[in-house]
Design a protein around this ligand. Structure first.
Ligand SMILES: Cc1cc2nc3c(=O)[nH]c(=O)nc-3n(C[C@H](O)[C@H](O)[C@H](O)COP(=O)(O)O)c2cc1C
Length: 248
């Protein structure tokens, strides 16, 4: 056990922040962590867009339907960047055909997620609170337009950071025996039976976002939300529009 792990085990998403700005030095330390993150083939195919412009923040908050995004001290959007590699190929007079394929997309997507999570852990060890933001991608086309993302780039995930102004409960997790399997994928005969205790525990959790109300049981949440908005949020047409070849 050490301080970092203690912080990780105390992780809670923070969505409300004090007005205190994050010192620039701290932000630069977090960006040092970002660029030091492991990266497929060493290609570093991920960038952050640090959104400072209030009009852009407001627009992203509107897309997300989450007003706390607009007032967070810092708003970052992790973007996968295959464009740099393609431009380097062009500058070196190398063929670029097939370069924006799904293998590279997956690689760059993974790099971007890892970078975001690395920064998230680092931020929490510094006493900052963080929320990841899938919601800024509720409308891919709009997010791509707001951030002026060119071809061969794609938004992966946003995050907000600041000094916490709330004390949420730890959100219950299912037992780790259900999430750490040995050698092969393992599953119980009945998930709803196996998750009964977890369902009860989840029902004791108060979501500060939802007027402090108890949340549904876990399996009920799955039933209610699993495919909600699925079609509207499909990234596929937008990945294509950004120049990636989905068939390769
Ligand atoms: C990929 C991803 C996207 C998320 N998107 C949002 C979001 O758009 N808005 C939000 O308020 N929280 C978002 N979250 C936070 C989750 O709701 C939160 O991690 C989850 O409910 C567990 O709660 P906890 O982090 O407090 O343990 C996201 C988390 C992840 C990993």
């Amino acid at each position: 056990m050490n301080e970092t792990i203690r912080t990780q085990l105390a992780h809670r998403t923070i969505r409300e922040f004090t007005g205190e700005p994050i010192p620039e030095e701290t932000m630069q330390t977090l960006f040092d962590v970002a660029v030091r993150t492991s990266t497929s083939r060493g290609f570093q195919q991920s960038v952050f867009i640090r959104v400072k412009d209030q009009a852009k923040r407001d627009e992203l908050a509107r897309i997300a339907n989450q007003p706390y995004i607009a007032r967070a001290p810092e708003l970052l959007v992790g973007v996968l960047d295959v464009r740099r590699g393609i431009r380097i190929l062009e500058e070196l007079d190398q063929p670029t055909q097939g370069a924006a394929n799904m293998v590279v997309f997956r690689e760059a997507f993974t790099d971007t997620v890892l970078m975001i999570q690395n920064v998230s852990v680092a931020a929490e060890t510094l006493g900052l609170g963080v929320s990841h933001l899938g919601s800024v991608l509720n409308d891919y086309a709009a997010a791509i337009e707001v951030l002026e993302l060119p071809k061969y780039t794609f938004p992966v995930l946003g995050m907000i950071l600041g000094y916490p102004n709330q004390e949420p409960q730890l959100k219950p997790r299912m037992d780790k025996s259900l999430r750490v399997h040995t050698d092969v994928y393992q599953e119980p005969e009945s998930w709803t039976e196996t998750l009964k205790d977890y369902d009860d525990e989840m029902h004791t959790y108060y979501d500060l976002r939802d007027a402090n109300r108890r949340v549904d049981q876990f399996t009920t949440q799955i039933a209610r939300k699993f495919i909600e908005d699925f079609n509207e949020r499909s990234p596929i047409p937008h990945i294509k529009a950004q120049g990636f070849d989905l068939e390769s």
